[in-house]
Design a protein around this ligand. Sequence first.
Ligand SMILES: Cc1ncc(COP(=O)(O)O)c(C=O)c1O
Length: 463
Amino acid sequence: MSTQSPPKLINLVRGWPAPSLLASELLSSAAQRVLSDPAIFVPALQYGPDPGYQPLREALAQWLGRHYGVKPDPERICISGGASQNLACILQSFTDPAYTRAVWMIAPCYHLACDIFKDSGFEGRLKAFPEDEEGVDLEALDESIRKLEAEQGEAQDAAYKDPGKFRKHYRHVIYVVPTCANPSGKTMSLARRSSLVKLARKYDALVVCDDVYDCLQWPVGGDLTPPSEWPPEMKLPRLCDIDLAMGQAKDDPRGFGYAVSNGSFSKLVGPGIRTGWVEGSPAFAYGVAQTGSTKSGGSPSELCAAMVAQLISSGELENYLEKIVRPALQKRHMLMMDAIYKHLTPLAVEVRESGLLGAKVYGGYFVWLTLKDGISAKVVADKALREENLIVGSGDMFQVHGDEERLNFDSAIRLTYSWESEEDIVEGVRRLGDVIRKVKETPRDSQQPARGERDDDGLKNFK
Ligand SMILES: Cc1ncc(COP(=O)(O)O)c(C=O)c1O
């Protein structure tokens, strides 16, 4: 038996911000300000209005208005408990599993969204649709929806929820991460964004966009000084902006719209803050605020919302993102890419260099690798854990639950650069190279994943 102790655990699957990227000092001073002034803390510690803490709605409207070049309108914003919590609220308020036909998920997908859809009654009706280098494969999506509509027509059980005056039920939900996607790192082109909104209008679909990485982008290959002006390719309009610009559709008399943006402070301030926002039409924002659990308890995260409102209106958050968070992620990404070119590219591993086709920009937390010569990513991931104490996300994790056969990612691996230290990012990629080399040297028919062994502690809490 070997007496050698295993190498230090390196976790390249965990999609959390590194401890150094948690905004503890800013929050501490914001908390002081909030909790020492009764004019702020009394409303912040009470049940709040359904659409959320008003000063945060206003501060966000200004900030997002500047960032995306849209007219600030707090009525379009509802404060949430973060993107995950709010996805559940959207489904509770705007879908009925007896009426809503299916949830269409871009694949590879943000896997943890699958359970949120299942909890809302869509188990077995999550449908994977493909993307190409520009984003959503619209022809494939259009064809699949058209086919499903033709098969099912009106033959569906009567709806069992009454949406009432302030909400409606959509016939389809389309779930995407248009910018710096988790897990692919891809950013959808402007043309695809517009076409996707048009397609949603055609089929009465709601496009739910997790826009949680929009503010975390940087130019690739540049130095680490943040650009004073963001180039337009780093500020693509959200789908909800495009929907707004298209004007109210004639089939939508109450003006709910067809695209919503699910924003979050998790990756900007720290996930424990559990605060985010949703932006859509005023009717949609009001409707989601009518979700039962919100009406009963008031909007979620009222106290945290008051702290974040301080950080936005004082300009501290923007400054922190520009000076601390983006340069740190940019550097981590650069180090990971350099290590990939050195240790993985010679082993026929392909990596996406830019998030947006034709532009030199990247962002978010993730890099997506493709093993080009047919070896299984699951075999690699299992061996990495067993022999190198290295955790990586094999592509099968990101298949759409229940529709795995349609699109599988047997030869893909997701790596995260947000969590481990700079040194361990580089060391992790080096170890991955060793593992891939060993797998390549093993005869194909003896390459088997050691099933079951990956469900250990190291894999808990990975996103
Ligand atoms: C695409 C996507 N959506 C949602 C979340 C979770 O957001 P929140 O912490 O606001 O619930 C994540 C976190 O990894 C994510 O990558």
